[in-house]
Design a protein around this ligand. Structure first.
Ligand code: SF4
Length: 388
């Protein structure tokens, strides 16, 4: 049953085609849009400068033509697809792009972007290599201060403390709305499909937060009044992985084949809105740096031997009462590739079945994937004593 709701329709339409939406936004409102490479770019700072931040989420299955002249085929689809869009002038409406160097390929992409002058403004944030020392936090604070100056030069105005505080507050309000929607979906999975929720998240990363907020509030009100079909007998799965969104067909398949996504650890998902930034601090930039410094364990961050990503993930899986885990990995992503065997081993020891889906640029074999998803759901459905 498809719910009739204007907010849902608007949000999912943007979430389905975020790049086209941003092009229109720039054309009609003449906004200076700053693309943020996923993940961990301090959008609040860009917003406080009077610019429009937007997370760049691209279809990693697009056909490549020119990107191969600059990067080898062993770069992940995320990097190659964005470079392709940039070189083909498909995102020439962007005023700039900010890269947070979450991995070596992103560092190289930032250099190519600057050299090729793809956008007038290109900025790379150098994250500290280890994230467990006081000096590293000071270094990150300094990196954000330099970005602040770069944004001020671009926008031609100084960012005041009050503007920064107001942006943090607005972003916190949006994060809370997304969390409320997420919890509602968790309690009543039949209310909102996983594809619609992912599109809403994508929309939150694209639409100006001032415009997203009333739409999400309207949607939440409608959903709270709605009766959801009970899906409690369906096998629950936990999805984690890539820094971009998993292919929609794949998420759709999980529900079509009788499963339900109980929780996730995805950037276009719970990672984007899990925590809030402290408000009303005398130094909002320091608060922003502290927030990014204290992110939950992530495969792209080295937080020392005490912080174990797989232990953190396993705890979340157990809390979600999921019967199985689906790992969505990007081929050639070292960060995911190094962590995945450790997690697999831990899941095996805990008796939690896992399905691993590796995405290669351009190659997503729907029928083959469907068979694997089907078999996996049948297996965990049988193990937990439910049929489909
Ligand atoms: S998928 Fe991996 S390699 Fe690609 S950009 Fe993300 S973290 Fe880097």
């Amino acid at each position: 049953m498809k719910m009739q709701n204007g907010s849902l329709e608007k949000l999912t339409a943007v979430g389905q085609h975020p790049i086209s939406y941003l092009r229109e936004l720039q054309r009609h409102h003449r906004k200076k849009i700053i693309g943020c490479f996923p993940m961990y770019v301090p959008e609040e700072l860009i917003h406080a400068a009077g610019l429009q931040p937007a997370v760049l989420l691209v279809d990693t299955r697009m056909a490549l033509d020119v990107a191969g002249m600059h990067v080898q085929t062993f770069f992940c689809g995320q990097i190659r697809a964005l470079l392709e869009l940039g070189l083909r002038n498909h995102i020439d409406f962007l005023e700039g792009v900010v890269f947070g160097d979450i991995c070596e390929p992103v560092r190289l992409l930032g250099q190519i972007w600057r050299r090729e002058k793809i956008t007038p403004f290109t900025w790379s944030i150098r994250y500290p290599v280890t994230m467990n020392r006081r000096r590293s936090e000071e270094y990150l604070h300094l990196q954000f201060r330099q970005l602040q100056r770069g944004l001020e030069d671009l926008s031609g105005k100084k960012i005041s403390q009050d503007e920064m505080k107001a942006s943090i507050q607005l972003y916190n309000q949006v994060r809370k709305l997304l969390r409320d929607l997420y919890v509602l979906r968790e309690q009543k999975p039949g209310l909102l499909s996983v594809v619609d929720f992912t599109r809403i998240c994508t929309a939150a990363m694209s639409i100006p937060k001032e415009d997203f907020k009333p739409l999400a509030e309207g949607l939440l009100k409608t959903l709270e009044l709605n009766k959801a079909p009970s899906l409690n007998s369906r096998p629950k799965v936990f999805v984690w992985g890539v820094c971009g969104p998993p292919p929609e067909e794949f998420l759709e398949m999980i529900e079509e084949e009788g499963g339900t996504v109980a929780m996730d650890d995805l950037y276009v998902g719970s990672r984007y809105f899990a925590r809030d930034i402290q408000e009303n601090n005398a130094d909002p930039l320091a608060t922003l740096a502290a927030f990014h410094f204290e992110q939950p364990p992530c495969v792209t961050r080295n937080r020392g031997v005490d912080t174990d990503f797989s232990r953190y993930l396993l705890e979340r899986v157990e809390r979600s009462h999921s019967r199985g885990v689906i790992s969505v990995l990007h081929k050639y992503c070292d960060a995911l590739g190094f962590e995945h065997p450790i997690l697999s081993e831990r899941l095996r020891s805990a008796g939690i079945p896992e399905l691993c889906l590796e995405l290669d640029q351009g190659a997503f074999t729907a029928e083959q994937t469907r068979t694997r998803v089907q078999a996996f759901l049948e297996m965990i459905g049988l193990e937990c004593g439910h049929g489909k």
